[in-house]
Write a protein that binds this ligand. Structure first.
Ligand code: FES
Length: 286
């Protein structure tokens, strides 16, 4: 990344003046997304993949194609370009909703940069809306100019969004780089386990959480896939799931499946065996 861009993004992250508005906006988003169906829908829990980055291809793709038509087809492509601008506007609605849900679970510099990402996208989208209206009234040249300007702002916002994911790790699976442990590994005496009380152990270099529920012993990786929260400090519910203490994601102990967002990726699951009153684990894929 060019140094100047890196410095600019760092400077955005240090804009503590944004914290007041970020806090209020995040609280509002939390209220709107507090139900399981809404949070799962917007997080991509049902898909097994974060939703926002997948959806963002739709408005950006539509607007890029609209501007490409403006540049190459002139008034011949005016009707198609207007449709593409409109399709991008429709696609921007769920894209923004999914992004707001993801953003509401970030903090500090990441949240400030995410806020600027959202405001920039809002401006870019407003320009596309103005473009659509101008095109509808027959002002193709003005519409093309508004679209081009909006697209340029949207692409800058997309760059910032990419930075949030690939540099700051928003939305990435935080358990992705754990090495599987293929050998049975002793991790704890059986006596250390209490019913429905998570216990942190380590297998190789991987933190693992053990939980005994309804007479069965389960093991999952203890680094939450959503943002790295400590599942061993979470709670086990009566349905045999463990809840992350950071943002409330719920994982089924039996197979690690994510049942409530914001996590969209399941937790790595471990095989468990008891031998001579000692607990052994190995990666379930072994
Ligand atoms: S770190 Fe966010 S739900 Fe676990």
């Amino acid at each position: 990344m060019p140094r100047q861009i890196e410095d600019a993004i760092e400077a955005i992250g240090e804009l503590k003046a944004l914290d007041g508005i970020c806090g209020k906006a995040a609280a509002l988003v939390h209220r709107v997304t507090r139900t399981k169906v809404v949070k799962n829908g917007l997080s991509g829990t049902w898909l097994g993949h974060p939703l926002h980055p997948a959806l963002s291809d739709l408005p950006i793709g539509a607007w890029v194609m609209a501007s490409a038509l403006d540049a190459t087809a002139g008034t011949t492509g005016a009707r198609a370009a207007r449709r593409l601008v409109g399709l991008g506007l429709i696609a921007a609605v769920p894209t923004a909703a999914a992004g707001a849900s993801d953003w509401s679970d970030t903090y500090g510099p990441t949240q400030r940069a995410g806020y600027v990402h959202a405001v920039s996208n809002t401006v870019g989208t407003a320009l596309q809306a103005a473009s659509w209206l101008a095109r509808r009234r027959g002002y193709h040249g003005a519409g093309a100019a508004l679209s081009g300007t909006g697209l340029a702002i949207t692409l800058c916002a997309a760059y910032l969004g990419g930075h949030l994911s690939f540099v700051r790790g928003v939305g990435v699976n935080h358990a992705a780089f754990q090495e599987p442990v293929t050998e049975w590994t002793e991790v704890a005496p059986l006596s250390a386990l209490s019913d429905d009380t998570p216990l942190k152990v380590t297998a190789g270099s991987v933190p693992v959480v053990l939980a005994r529920h309804d007479g069965e012993i389960y093991a999952l990786s203890s680094t939450c896939t959503h943002a790295g929260g400590p599942l061993d400090k979470g709670t086990v519910d009566r349905d045999g799931c463990i809840r992350c203490p950071w943002h409330g994601s719920l994982f089924r102990l039996a197979d690690g499946k994510a049942l409530r967002g914001p996590a969209s990726v399941g937790e790595p699951c471990w095989d468990v065996k008891i031998d001579n009153a000692r607990v052994y684990v190995r990666s379930a894929t072994a």
